[in-house]
Design a protein around this ligand. Structure first.
Ligand code: NDP
Length: 240
């Protein structure tokens, strides 16, 4: 178990997870759409890191790209489905349909594409670990959370159902459900680059950091293979 694929590796949690798992001794494939960011990370992390341009929402290219991975980065032992985003915080009746579509295509369909492609190999080898990045938004509703929260509720239930299908096999599935985290591009993306609005979210909150999430992932993947954490909800002390 030493090859990891991390989606959404060009910023935030994904980038921190890559750094931590490389330090732990894993070989890591970091995937995202922005190659320049991945290449910068590759310079820092060295030969055990493979930058991979990948749009998780495009099924055909996900399939082709994963089939063409260099031999030394195959097979994928650990899949970290982290790529995701929120767009908008309007009430449902004022929301932009394109925002809804992008969230579903990334958070739901993208995660399904990667899982559908990689899981059969894990089953064949009877070994593997899938870690999904859900959110507390998938459990607790909030104003304007509409499609984002629903997409993370999908991730939560999909993770639970995967566990059921995989009963008796040596494949683990964990859904990480973070609360308010800073130090990522999440809020900036959510507000379409409006930095002022993005910063407002984190005002006076001692939020969770990407390193907190990376340390959690590191702990999970280094636990013994008989041990499964089904879900893990991580909140800042300041968030109820
Ligand atoms: P960031 O915006 O910093 O990172 C999101 C990553 O997803 C980027 O690397 C982005 O890369 C990638 N991404 C987006 N769309 C696609 C796509 N179509 N194909 C491939 N990669 C894509 O956010 P965070 O690190 O904060 O968020 C990571 C995950 O954690 C998300 O799933 C988010 O929903 C979840 N989360 C975040 C919380 C927070 O408060 N920050 C709280 C709870 C959950 P690129 O643009 O280069 O493709």
């Amino acid at each position: 178990m030493n090859i990891v694929l991390v989606t959404g590796a060009s910023s935030g949690f994904g980038q921190a997870i890559c750094r931590k798992l490389i330090a732990d001794g894993y070989k890591v494939i970091g995937a995202a759409r922005r190659l320049d960011k991945l290449q910068k990370l590759a310079q820092e992390l060295g030969a055990n890191f493979l930058p991979l341009t990948l749009d998780v929402s495009k099924k055909d290219s996900v399939e082709t790209i994963l089939l063409q991975l260099p031999k030394e980065f195959q097979p994928i032992d650990i899949l970290i489905n982290n790529a995701g985003l929120a767009l908008g915080l309007e009430p449902a009746y004022e929301a932009d349909y394109n925002d809804w579509q992008t969230m579903i295509e990334t958070n739901v369909i993208g995660l399904v594409h990667l899982t559908h492609q990689i899981l059969p190999g894990m089953v064949e080898r009877n070994s593997g670990y899938i870690i999904n990045l859900g959110s507390v938004a998938g459990t607790y509703p909030y104003k304007g959370g509409n499609v984002y929260g629903a997409s993370k509720a999908f991730v939560k239930q999909f993770s639970a159902n995967l566990r059921t299908d995989l009963l008796g096999k040596k494949i683990r599935v964990t859904n990480i459900e973070p609360g308010l985290c800073g130090g990522t591009e999440f809020s900036n993306v959510r507000f379409h680059g409006n930095a002022e609005q993005a910063a407002e979210v984190y005002k006076d909150v001692d939020f969770i950091t990407p390193e907190d999430i990376a340390n959690t992932v590191s702990w999970l993947v280094n636990t013994p293979s008989h041990f499964n954490v089904n879900s893990i909800e991580i909140m800042p002390v300041a968030q109820a």
